[in-house]
Design a protein around this ligand. Structure first.
Ligand code: ATP
Length: 245
C-alpha cells in the first residue's frame, strides 16, 4: 500500500521557481530520500506534503486522504519536522515534550516517556536541554514528532548542522525506528552520503523537477555509490537542458 501518493504536483513562486509537475509514491516501510542541490524544490515539496503550502496543481494523498481536502485525516498518523523544531534550553526534555503534548489533548501522559525511550533519551529526560549536544536536540525534535504515534515521519534536513557523532546518532535512531516500529520515513537532504546509509528509495530533484526515482537501492546493483548515481543523473539532466537551449 502507498502511504504517500504525489501526482503531478506544481507550485511556482512569482519568480518562476518552485516545483514543477512532480509525481512519486512512498510505500509502507520505505525510508524515502528526497535529494537535490540547494534550491531544487525539496522544502517546497515537503511544505505541500505537510499542508504548510497549497499546490497550484496536482494532488497529494497520505494514507488515502487528500492533504488539501481532508487535511486532518491525512495528517492523523504523520509526524513532521519541517521547520526547525527548537526546544526551550532552560527546560528538561520531558517538560519540552509536555508542552508539545498540549497539541494532542487525548494523548496519555505515558506517551512522553515512550517517545523519549524511542529516541534513546529516556535516561536524560530530566536534564536541561541546554546541556544537550546538537544530535540529542535533534533526537528530541524527533521524539516530539513521534508523540502522536505516527506511522510516517517527514524530516527536512535532519542532519543539517550536526557533527559526525550527531549524524551517526540520528541515522541510527531513524534506522531503528523504521525496523522496530515499522515507521515510514520521507527525508529531504542534500547530504547524499548520509542518506545512502539509510534510504532504500530516493527521488532526485533538480530545478523544481523530479529527474529520477531510484528504486530499491538500484545504485548498488549498478555498482555505484548513491553519490555517483546522483551526480550521473544530475549531469544527464544538465546535458538535456543544454541541448534544449
Ligand atoms: N517564498 C519564496 N519566494 C520565491 N522563491 C522561493 C521561495 N521559497 C523558495 N523559493 C525558490 O524556489 C526554489 C526551490 O526552493 P526550496 O527551498 O524548495 O529548495 P530546496 O531544495 O529545499 O533548497 P535548500 O536545500 O537550499 O533548502 C529555489 O530556487 C528558491 O530560491
Amino acid at each position: 500500500m502507498s502511504v504517500v501518493e504525489v501526482k503531478q504536483v506544481a507550485k511556482l513562486y512569482n519568480n518562476g521557481r518552485g516545483v514543477r509537475n512532480v509525481s512519486f509514491d512512498v510505500a509502507q516501510g520505505d525510508i524515502f530520500g528526497l535529494i537535490g542541490p540547494n534550491g531544487a524544490g525539496k522544502t517546497t515539496l515537503l511544505k505541500m506534503l505537510t499542508g504548510l503550502m497549497r499546490p497550484d496543481r496536482g494532488t497529494i494523498h497520505i494514507f488515502g486522504h487528500s492533504v488539501t481536502e481532508r487535511f486532518e485525516q491525512a495528517m492523523e498518523r504523520v509526524g513532521c519536522i519541517v521547520e526547525t523544531a527548537d526546544a526551550y534550553d532552560y527546560m528538561s526534555a520531558y517538560d519540552n515534550l509536555k508542552l508539545s503534548a498540549r497539541f494532542y489533548p487525548d494523548l496519555p501522559r505515558s506517551r512522553i516517556g515512550q517517545a523519549l525511550e524511542q529516541v534513546g533519551l529516556a535516561q536524560y529526560a530530566n536534564e536541561r536541554v541546554g546541556g544537550y549536544s546538537l544530535g540529542m536536540k535533534q533526537r528530541l525534535a524527533l521524539a516530539s514528532a513521534l508523540l502522536s504515534n505516527p506511522r510516517m515521519v517527514v524530516l527536512d534536513e535532519p542532519t543539517n548542522g550536526l557533527d559526525i557523532e550527531g549524524m551517526v546518532d540520528i541515522r541510527n535512531t531513524i534506522r531503528r525506528l523504521a525496523q522496530e516500529h515499522e515507521i515510514t520515513f520521507l527525508i529531504s537532504s542534500h547530504m547524499i552520503h548520509d542518506l545512502s546509509l539509510i534510504a532504500n528509495r530516493v527521488g532526485i530533484m533538480n530545478k523544481g523537477s523530479l529527474i529520477r526515482l531510484g528504486e530499491a537501492n538500484e545504485w548498488l546493483r549498478d555498482g555505484m555509490t548513491l553519490e555517483q548515481y546522483v551526480v550521473t543523473h544530475l549531469q544527464a539532466s544538465k546535458e538535456a537542458d543544454d541541448d534544449d537551449e
